[in-house]
Design a protein around this ligand. Structure first.
Ligand code: ADP
Length: 473
């Protein structure tokens, strides 16, 4: 889980790097973001237009001031309308701040476009009327309208531009004389410069609009990727939780069943002994008693395992080695196991080498042997033979539990140590799928190793090696 969180963080960082906009656009975007509050404009399209509005209002006065400077210094025009124009264009700088202070950009756009149109009309009027060099700027009005207000804005502002041109035409054909402020020799150059600037202005805004749009798309894409990754992680976690839940439910069902079977046998045995006490001979009574004892043993083992699973969930298995009487411990285990075996089953024990005592954790050894031996008994036929061999090999003790039972298929060997896992072929024999997972955890806690050799129909052999130095450290 921790690892996958780290991976997710790395992916996020990579995505962010991949979607970084180029430097200039980043600066423009940051500037516009400062003016446009995303809470006021939650809709991404709307926010984009508001940003373009802000950027355009930083650009337009600069370009218009360039024309004013040209007129003033090159064409030598120093009339009062020129100052008026300069003032009008400087006013555009205030619009981004109006947006920042919470005035909706659409409302500000309408005022701004009207102001812009009036400036274009008065420039047309004062600089040679219908033959003015400002004519290209009339075409800018609908473009600006479209970029700030959308298609409807473009239609309305087209009407506005047409209205301006119409007024000039009416005045012109009505015989009105316009002030002649630009001399004939300057008129072509002024037109070229003005047209170029209007094209630059419009391309600037369009470019900025497209770039911001591209940027928004990239961000959206990166969000989408992130969202997909989160969803995938969530699905994986949910599936794992479902799987765990399923395993737990299955386990609970099995465990209750496991308790019920021996309890029924115990009840029946005790019932028989009580009812027919006088009619049963000594051997029959001993057999019934043995049945009861076997089931009690089974229940005890089941309970032990259940308790261990609970403990393991909370803490690790404690490892406390000491010098123990190994041969006695093993003999005691086999004696106990005999109580749970069929009377016709054989249960042998062999010692090899020096293993009377050993430096081992007794609780862990008992846990391993009780589970391996009870499995060997459980999965062997009633006349089967189970053996436990104990031998020393250098600094380790080797335990070998062998049976001539039904064996385990090769394909199942990798999974039998998983918690709750049971081989389906053995489902008819009772079990919870806990035993071998407990054995594995115990062997690991003792820094040992376990392996299994098995063939179906022949039998199984579990070999456990536990480090046990000859002299205690
Ligand atoms: P349980 O015995 O409760 O099912 P275990 O974890 O002890 O659970 O064993 C897992 C599976 O391994 C068993 O379901 C069984 O199929 C298989 N198994 C374990 N020991 C033996 C054995 N000695 N002989 C045959 N199969 C075995």
């Amino acid at each position: 889980m921790i690892n996958s969180d780290k991976d997710a963080g790395k992916e996020d960082r990579l995505n962010r790097q991949r979607y970084q906009p180029p430097g200039a656009l980043r600066v423009l975007d940051r500037l516009a973001t400062w003016f446009v509050d995303s809470r006021t404009y939650p809709d991404p399209d709307d926010r984009l237009r508001a940003k373009v509005f802000v950027i355009a209002h930083f650009l337009s006065p600069n370009i218009a001031l360039l024309i004013a400077a040209l007129l003033f210094f090159v064409a030598d025009v120093a009339t009062s309308p020129l100052y008026l124009l300069v003032l009008g264009f400087v006013l555009f700088f205030t619009y981004p701040f109006l947006v920042k202070w919470g005035i909706p950009y659409r409302r500000a756009s309408v005022v701004s476009i009207v102001q812009f149109s009036l400036l274009v009309y008065s420039a047309l009027y004062y600089f040679n009327g219908f033959t003015s060099f400002v004519i290209p700027w009339i075409a800018v009005i609908p473009v600006v309208g479209m970029l700030f207000l959308g298609l409807r804005g473009a239609l309305l502002t087209s009407v506005l531009a047409a209205f301006g041109i119409l007024t000039m035409l009416l005045l012109h054909f009505g015989g009105h004389a316009f002030p002649q402020t630009i001399t004939a020799e300057w008129q072509p150059l002024a037109f070229i410069i003005s047209a170029t600037l209007s094209v630059i202005f419009v391309s600037g805004i369009v470019l900025c609009h497209l770039s911001l749009y591209w940027l928004a798309q990239r961000r959206l894409q990166s969000e989408l990727v992130r969202h997909r990754q989160t969803a995938a992680r969530f699905r994986a976690a949910r599936d794992a939780a479902n799987e765990a839940n399923l395993a737990k439910s299955r386990f609970l069902a099995t465990a209750s069943h496991e308790f019920r079977t021996p309890l029924t046998t115990i009840q029946a045995g005790v019932d028989l002994l009580q009812r027919y006490r006088d009619k049963l001979d000594a051997q029959q009574s001993a057999e019934y008693l043995q049945d009861v004892m076997r089931q009690v043993k089974l229940l005890t083992q089941l309970l032990d395992n259940l308790l261990l699973v609970g403990e393991e969930d909370a803490t690790d298995i404690q490892f406390r080695p000491e010098t123990i009487k190994l041969a006695d411990v093993c003999q005691d285990m086999v004696r106990q196991m005999r109580l749970g075996a069929e009377s016709s089953q054989r249960l042998d024990i062999h010692f090899q080498g020096e293993c009377k005592t050993a430096y081992l954790d007794e609780a862990i050894v008992r846990r391993i042997l009780s589970n391996l031996l009870s499995n060997a008994i459980k999965y062997s036929p009633p006349d089967g033979a189970v053996s436990l061999s104990v031998k020393r090999e250098d600094d380790a003790i080797l335990f070998e539990v062998a049976d001539n039972g039904e064996g385990i298929a090769e394909s199942e060997l990798a999974r039998i140590f998983e918690r709750y896992y049971r081989v389906s072929e053995t489902a008819r024999v009772g079990g919870t799928g806990l035993g071998l997972s407990i054995v594995k955890a115990a062997v690991d806690a003792h820094h040992g190793a376990i392996r299994v050799e098995s063939s179906v129909g022949v039998g199984s052999r579990f070999i456990v090696s536990l480090p046990a130095p000859l002299t205690a450290a």
